[in-house]
Each structure stands twice: as C-alpha cells, then as structure tokens.
Design a protein around this ligand. Sequence first.
Ligand code: NAP
Length: 509
Amino acid sequence: MDGTTANFTPHGKHLIAGEWIATEETFRSEPAHGEAHDFSVGTPALVDRACQAAEDAFWTYGYTTREARAAFLERIADEIEARAEAITQIGTEETGLPTARLQGERGRTTGQLRLFASHIRAGDYLDRRHDEALPDRQPVPRPELFMIQRPIGPVAVFGASNFPLAFSTAGGDTAAALAAGCPVVVKGHGAHPGTGEIVAEAINAAIEACGMPAGVFSLVQGGNRTVGQALVQHPLIKAVGFTGSLGGGRALFDLCAQRPEPIPFFGELGSVNPMFMLPEAIAARGADLGKGWAGSLTMGAGQFCTNPGIAVVIEGPESDAFVEAARAALSESGAQVMLTGGIAAAYSSGAARIGGQAGVKDLLTSMCDRREAKPFLFKVSAADWLGNHALSEEVFGPLGLVVVVQDAAEMAKVARSFDGQLTTTLHMDEGDAALAADLLPILERKAGRILANGFPTGVEVTDTMVHGGPYPASTNFGATSVGTLSIRRFLRPVCYQNLPVGLLPRDLQ
Ligand code: NAP
C-alpha cells in the first residue's frame, strides 16, 4: 500500500505497539461514496495489549527530553503531509465532507502538532516553582521545595466522528497527551476507520524515525462497544479524552468514576451555543446577521460542536427582519451529506422532537433523505422555552431555534436558564453596552468562550483558546480540548521537598 498516492486501500488492521494485527471478526465501513472496506473488530484483549505496551513505553517516553518529544510531534506532522492526498481521498469518501474541508483540517492537525512542539520547547507549560530553604526560620526551618508538572501515564483517546483528522487519531487529544509525555491508545471512530488507519501509519512511521518506544501509540478500531468500555476501565489508563454525544460521553464518564481508581474523563459533549441578539445591533444590521447565522448554522452540515443552534431576540419588527433573512438564506441551502447514517437519523428525529414541542412554530421544515440534512428553523416564546428543558438540548445538524423574549429582563432570565455551553455570543453595537454588561456575568458562568459580533464555528488553535465549559458542554470545566492549555489535562503537579538536585526531574535542574 502506498499512502503517498491517492489510491489508498486500507488493510483493516489494528496498530498495537508497532504491529498491525487482524482479528477474526470484521465490520464493513459505510462510506458516503466510494468503496466500502472491511476492518477488524476491536476486542478487550487487544485493548489490554495496547495498554500494557503504553505503560511499558511510559517508563521511557515519560522521561524523554522536551526537544525529543517536540521533534517527534513535528515528524508526525511531516508524515501526515507525506500522505496528504491519500488522507484526503479516504477521508472524503468515508465522511462525505468536501475535499477543501479535509485539506483544511489536515493543515489544522499538522499546525496543531507543530504548535504543541514549539510550546513544550519553550517550557512555560511546566509551571516550575521554587521555594528556597529557610534554615533559620522559627519555630521550624523550611525545607527547599520545587514543583513541576509531570506526565500522568497512558491516556485513552476516542476519535470524534465530526473531525476525522483534527479530533481523531492524531488530533488534539493525541497531540496534547504526546506533548505532555503520555503514551496514547486511540479507539478509532467507526465513521472513518480507513482515515484512522492511514494516520496511524503516519504516527508509526514517526515513532520508527524518531526511535520512540513502539507502545507510545496504538490504534484499536471499534465495531464493538466493549472496546471503549474496556479502554476507560483499564487499570493502566490514567485519563481519557473524548468528543461525542452527551449519552455516550456520560456513560463513559460514569465508568471512569466507578473504577476502583477513578480517573479524569475529559469529555467534550453537547452545546447549543446561544447567541444573544441585542437591540441596537439587530436594528442596524438584522438582515446581515440573519444571513450570517444561516451560513454558520449550515457550515459542515451543522456538525460542529460550536454550531450556534439558538438565537435569543427581543420581540419586534427588527427581530422579525433578522429571522426572515435567516429563514430565506436557510431555505436556499441545499441538502448536505452527514457523517454517518446514524447521525442523519438522529438529526431527523431531533428536528421532529423540537417541532413537536408545545408552543414551537415551524418557520422552515425540510424532508431529509437517508444520509442527508437540510436546515430546519423554529421559533418559540421565552415563556414556552423556559418551561421546557427539551428545547435547550442540542440537535446535531443545521437546525436553528429562535427564542423570542419580551424585554431585556426576560433575556437575562433566558441566559440564566441555559446549561453549560462551549460558547455564547453577543451581537451588539455601542448602544447595547449596558445590556451586554448585565448579561456578561451570567454568560461567564455558562460558557468557556464568549464572543462579540462573530459566529462561534471556527475555533482558533492558540494559547488563549478555551474549548470546554460547564457540564454538559464538557465533563471537566477546568480544561480545554483545543489550544496549548489542553496539554495541562495530561499533567499532574509534583512537589519535591528537600531532594538532592541531582535527583530532580531534568526540567528542574
Ligand atoms: P457517540 O455516539 O457519543 O460515540 C463516540 C465514541 O464513543 C464512539 O467511539 C462510540 O463507540 C463510543 N461510545 C459511545 N457510547 C459508548 C458506550 N456506552 N460504551 C462504549 N463506547 C461508547 O458520538 P458520535 O458517534 O460521534 O455521534 C453520535 C452523536 O454524537 C451525534 O448525533 C451528535 O449528537 C453527537 N456529537 C457531538 C459532538 C460534539 O462536539 N458535541 C461531536 C460529535 C458527535 P461506537 O462507535 O462503537 O458506538
């Protein structure tokens, strides 16, 4: 098989510590177009093998220099680029996402690996601290104290269906764990097993080129729920990175909490990313905002965790113009292929669920074919919305809900009632500043990222990015799964009291 050409045919095996292994049972991929392929079904025995190898590797990899790990991350990026065409080919076939999206996502993935490399080279992430000894302190002397962040051990990563590259095999969670010094066992997502395989090939090539221990990375394909369960329950796994549904994430989070040794589960789950349309902004440019919302809502068939599913408006003709512009733009949007048949079915039933709630008015309804999505737009009064939690739950896809409030006080009440979110947005002009200032303390308690005058789809990979939020946006609101701060999830502070300098971790000496 030659990954550098666009004629990539997956062999369907798992990668366990440098070995490609087949299992007897297979599952067939369900590409949006192109040929389906057979993949070995994962088993708990393979998970165990991968976790044992990861633990063995940790005793070497956890003690590599930052420079060696940075060079390794950069080599993974190079190896991904060397397989660029083949990755795009299999990725577009499996997910139905357009070529440009796969190309852009590849750039984001390699850029992320390189950013993390430069970040660990700089070393600030280690948060090194030192308290000098105070031998003459009364009534007792103080010993010398050092603190540094240390890697935690093997990490489990669940590939996400909606980002076959940037949140999957060599995506953000994997890059963050490897940067921290933690080996990784990935549970591949069944929506794109061939894409997972070729990216695993790239990582394996980097392991060989950089002389890293083989167990530093394994990929177990799915096909069986016991794989994910065995992985999060494996005693050698010390943390989990996950992006997916609220139901699946919560089930795995609960398993992590029930272990004899509970471990952190960094789950990025559901979010409706509410936008608050403040009166002056909507009066000045309501129609443009409506068109902009439609564009953000339909991007990638609405399959973004930051999709802005709810717009809160104050009743009046200006808001009507905003809603009408959104409706008109959405009605012109064609059908888009969704990531899997299951996600398309969940979208259709989610739309029917919202449309069937008391007080909900249809502004745009669509017929969706098998694996395709068309936009839906609904409207409801704040009075009906506030009494019905089902209306604030995520529907994954291009579905918008307008919540109409009577005044600023009711807008604040709606803001207060939201569950935790990845993002919230204020569309505002200068004259809206007072209302925005009233809302801000509420929004800070609700979301990991607050935007003004923009749309939340499009998450920068930077030092300042926070992609997380209070539950159910994520299961650990002190963390982010995007940006360099995401590395911190896989580190643990250790204090060294009175140790001879020669025994301290190299990064403290
Ligand atoms: P999912 O069903 O939560 O699955 C994600 C991963 O977790 C898969 O590998 C899945 O394995 C595994 N998993 C889920 N439940 C499990 C359980 N009880 N035990 C063991 N493993 C389990 O998410 P999905 O497949 O990506 O898509 C389904 C829905 O997730 C979408 O309709 C959407 O609502 C949501 N979603 C949300 C986001 C977001 O960013 N918030 C992103 C993607 C998807 P199997 O494949 O073997 O089931």
